[in-house]
Design a protein around this ligand. Structure first.
Ligand code: ADP
Length: 196
């Protein structure tokens, strides 16, 4: 089974692109969603997070996301420490997930594919990009936030150029119809790659 990494900056349209691949029949795994689940269910991980952030990290058995976000936002060391706890767990979970799959390829979506080193276990990488104005507008609308808040979030992400250089495929998600055509082409190519 081939593993296809799918990444891109905030608002580029990763989730949208993934949903379109899924609609074509692709098996998909969203690292962020699974990470959230694991942070609420994996005993070992919960204990490690409490050690790192204190008892306030959980409220009535649920991860206190706003508390954690407020800490890691301006504290790279804590963010790295959190990522170092969560990523191995997600990778482990993904290994279990693919064991039960019979598909020729699985698409693994994460905003931090390269940053987390997960590109190393991918056979191919797809990066989704979009024009800056589109990304800002989409996030403002999706998350009901100001332009300043969007720019603040983007500040911590690595540049598209860096991701493009390390990718096998790039999807330009500016106009949806055009995006769908690119996805269809890549999907057909991925199906053929299994023959290799
Ligand atoms: P990401 O997962 O990369 O942060 P999303 O897929 O959530 O991005 O897209 C951000 C927002 O923009 C969503 O509300 C989505 O519906 C919208 N969107 C994505 N692609 C397009 C597009 N090509 N045209 C218009 N809106 C789009």
């Amino acid at each position: 089974m081939k593993i296809i990494g799918l990444t891109g900056g905030i608002g580029s349209g990763k989730s949208t692109v993934l949903a379109l691949f899924k609609a074509l029949g692709a098996v998909t795994y969203v690292a962020d969603t699974e990470a959230k689940k694991l942070m609420n269910t994996d005993e070992e991980l919960i204990n490690q997070i409490v050690k790192l952030f204190g008892e306030k990290a959980y409220e009535q058995g649920e991860l206190n996301r706003s508390y954690i976000s407020s800490i890691v936002f301006n504290n790279e060391e804590k963010l790295n420490a959190l990522n170092a706890l969560v990523h191995p767990k997600v990778r482990e979970d993904f290994q279990h997930f693919i064991k039960n799959q019979k598909a020729d390829f699985v698409i693994y979506e994460t905003a931090i594919l390269f940053e987390s080193g997960s590109d190393q276990f991918c056979d191919y990488v797809i990066t989704v990009i979009a024009e800056m104005a589109h990304k800002i507008e989409r996030i403002m609308k999706r998350d009901s936030v100001s332009e300043t808040q969007v720019l603040e979030r983007m500040k911590n992400q690595s540049a598209d150029d860096f991701k493009i250089k390390k990718s096998d495929f790039v999807i330009r998600n500016n106009h949806l119809e055009d995006t769908k055509n690119q996805i269809f082409t890549i999907f057909e190519l991925l199906k053929k790659l299994k023959l290799k």
